[in-house]
Design a binder for this molecule. Structure first.
Ligand code: CP
Length: 304
């Protein structure tokens, strides 16, 4: 289906739907767990994470183990990178040692050059600055499909720090493949400069108006680590205007689902109470992360 997973815009609708089906097929019907399969004992995946992660890295690790593949969690802080070796030379050394797949998270868009330079390896984009996070986009579609009959009828609202979100960019590529009804973006103007005048949806500065009749509300955290200057809004005012809580969710459709890719700044973009609502799918997103990464690895390992 695809040699590398770099951007979701490289995929077709049928690729995405097949990945979701495959991910669901790995679920153990009896319990909230995944089946253990010994499908790829000759394959090795290394995670190279140059930015922090919990969900993505651990789910690739669990996915590799569930598929019977060998897994290496490359520790940059204790590697020869600390002696001045470049990341390029590090990846080349991995290729020479027989690593088949590299799942890379990096603040810059270097993965595309690496994939060209080392065609003997396969690459998965596990987070590229504020640009792309394709495996998360697939997890999000999988989670929506569990609750909603059709993508094409959905009114979707995305609220929060849109400018710095690689998740939203990959989600937009994903949802463009399967279809939707409306897309509404909401957030403080300091954090939404690229979305105020977007051709793919509407920008609505008022939270209640933005989530009015929404079928899916996706919240995003403020990425303090990527802010170049101090926000012109204080924390209390931000919470007052943009926090999603039980009251603000009243404006959404009655069966609206709430999503967040995590990690959540509890008490900032989301009130703690909404995490436990029946229609909160945030924990489902975490669980689906393992199955979707099993599906991605199965597809990638099968292409070699
Ligand atoms: N959603 C996501 O990418 O989370 P992590 O940063 O914990 O991997």
């Amino acid at each position: 289906m695809f040699k590398n997973l770099l951007n979701l815009s490289d995929l077709q609708e049928e690729d995405v739907l097949k990945l979701i089906e495959l991910a669901n097929n790995f679920k153990d019907g009896e319990v909230a767990a995944y089946r253990q399969e010994n499908l790829f004992p000759d394959k090795t995946i290394a995670t190279v994470f140059c930015e922090p992660s919990t969900r993505t890295k651990l789910s690739f690790e669990l996915a590799a183990h569930n598929l019977g593949a060998k897994f290496i969690d490359f520790d940059l802080t204790n590697s020869s990178i600390q002696k001045g070796e470049s990341l390029e030379d590090t990846i080349e050394a991995m290729a020479m040692m027989g690593v088949d797949v590299c799942a890379l998270r990096h603040s810059s868009s270097i993965i595309h050059d690496l994939a060209e330079r080392f065609p003997q390896m396969q690459f998965i984009n596990a987070g590229e600055g504020s640009v792309a996070h394709p495996s998360q986009g697939l997890v999000d579609l999988m989670t929506i499909q569990e609750s909603k009959k059709s993508f094409k009828d959905l009114n979707i609202s995305i609220v929060g720090d849109l400018d710095h979100s690689r998740v939203v960019r990959s989600f937009l590529e994903a949802i463009a493949l399967v279809g939707y009804s409306t897309l509404t973006f909401c957030g403080h103007p300091d954090l939404c400069t690229s979305f105020v005048d977007t051709p793919v949806g509407n920008f609505e500065p008022d939270l209640s108006a933005a989530i009015q009749d929404s079928d899916v509300v996706m919240a995003l955290r403020i990425q303090n680590e990527r802010l170049e200057s101090k926000l012109t809004i204080g924390a209390a005012d931000y919470i007052d205007r943009y926090q999603i809580n039980v009251d603000t969710l009243q404006a959404a459709a009655p069966d609206c689902i709430l999503m967040h890719p995590g990690p959540v700044n509890i008490g900032i973009e989301l009130d703690k109470e909404v995490l436990e609502l029946e229609n909160s799918k945030i924990k489902n997103q975490i669980f689906n992360g393992v199955g979707m990464r099993m599906a991605i690895l199965t597809s990638i390992f099968s292409q070699a």
